[in-house]
Design a protein around this ligand. Structure first.
Ligand SMILES: C[S@@+](CC[C@H](N)C(=O)[O-])C[C@H]1O[C@@H](n2cnc3c(N)ncnc32)[C@H](O)[C@@H]1O
Length: 361
């Protein structure tokens, strides 16, 4: 795999480094340093810090102490040494827990993964000194998908997750990768602590990162961070999820997937296809309520009546086990304002809020 096209653009790297609220670090490391853009951004902020770069491939960058080796091996040899760790690791498959089984100790004992970025996350956390901070870019699946629930719970239990920042899909170019930057502190989360939720608008942005939400420690520990909500309104339990497959993965032939469709009086989702390599985590089944998330149809909904099928990230799905949601919204049209400037959208919270208004009327 050629990772060079996924280097962190310097402007984003600088913006993210500026978000770090830490005392001046004497040593900064990136164990998948590639372009060294994250390290260079950190150097701009802390010019006296010593920079350490590791990469499986040769890279020569002035003022960085470079070592060519596997970053996971380096982490196992230098545990607890760094006050600041920066990372945009490769997103890839690995053979489950095979190459560096020693990574799976402490809180990660008995944990299994076949994802390289998760092994790299663990390796990066190992490098941290007490109260040290990790800035790491991970695919959106880490934050949103149910299959990473267990690792999210472990991380939220043992570390203070300070911020989760959604990066623009175009950050890494035309490949359209949905990703988040996380800021994680190596300390037991304090009671009452919250995780700030923000977004970094676009790749060459002059705007700053916008923080618009926060997640309680209790919710962080449950592993249900973003992309999954299980909300109660009075006694009405709403189990709503967003699909995890972006339209960038659509192909002409492959696994069928439900996607949003044009606005219409009797809106229903369209059928598209994704390659077999895609790993959908949210499926619609007969009786579920499907909602369009984006476009002019945002907010339109229907009761799904087809075969079990994965849904794209342009749909939300409500598992209406006892039919109480349908009873509340039946015959009604979503009528709250849509968000967005060029492209209209609604959030899960918007839809749940609307259900609540239906209940009151
Ligand atoms: C997505 S790039 C990120 C580079 C840099 N951190 C940035 O943000 O611009 C990932 C880098 O990881 C390196 N890499 C891949 N597998 C690795 C491994 N096992 N150990 C260390 N580096 C690795 C690749 O050579 C590539 O330079």
């Amino acid at each position: 795999m050629d990772y060079s096209k996924f280097y962190t653009p310097p402007s984003i790297a600088f913006q993210l480094v500026n978000e770090l609220n830490i005392p001046s670090p004497n040593k900064i490391i990136d164990i998948c340093c590639g372009s060294c853009n994250l390290l260079s951004a950190a150097k701009k902020r802390w010019d006296k810090a010593h920079l350490y770069g590791v990469d499986i491939n040769e890279h020569i960058v002035e003022s960085i102490k470079f070592k060519q080796m596997d970053g996971r091996e380096f982490a196992l040899e230098h545990m607890g040494e760094f006050p600041l760790v920066v990372a945009n690791p490769p997103f890839d498959y690995v053979e489950e827990n095979m190459q560096f089984p020693k990574l799976f100790s402490g809180p990660f004992k008995d944990f299994k993964t076949s994802r390289l970025e998760i092994e790299m996350l663990i390796a990066n956390l190992l490098l941290l000194k007490e109260n040290g901070v990790l800035l790491i870019i991970l695919p959106s699946s880490f934050v949103e998908a149910e299959r990473f629930l267990k690792v999210r719970k472990i991380v939220a239990e043992k570390f203070q997750i300070e911020s989760i920042i959604q990066l623009d899909d175009a950050t890494f170019g035309s490949s359209l990768i949905r990703s988040y930057a996380l800021i994680i502190k190596n300390c037991e989360p304090m009671n009452g602590a919250v995780t700030k939720i923000g977004s970094a608008p676009c790749k060459e942005f002059k705007n700053t990162i916008v923080f618009k939400d926060s997640i309680s420690l209790e919710k962080m520990r449950s592993g249900n961070w973003i992309g999954y909500e299980d909300t109660y309104i009075d006694n009405l339990r709403i189990n709503i999820k967003r699909g995890n497959i972006s339209s960038a993965y659509f192909v002409k032939r492959g696994i069928p997937i439900l996607h949003t469709a044009k606005s219409s009086d009797s809106w229903s989702p369209s059928k598209r296809y994704v390659s077999k390599k895609a790993t959908p985590s949210v499926y619609a089944e007969k009786g579920d309520i499907l909602i369009s998330r984006i476009g002019k149809s945002a907010g339109q909904w229907c009761v799904y009546d087809g075969e079990k099928m994965p849904i794209s990230d342009c749909l939300y799905c409500i598992k209406d086990v006892d039919g109480s949601v349908l009873k509340t919204i039946n015959g009604r049209t979503y009528n709250l304002p849509q968000k967005g400037v060029a492209t209209r959208y609604i959030t899960m919270t918007d839809f749940v809020f609307w259900i609540n208004t239906c209940k009151q009327n």
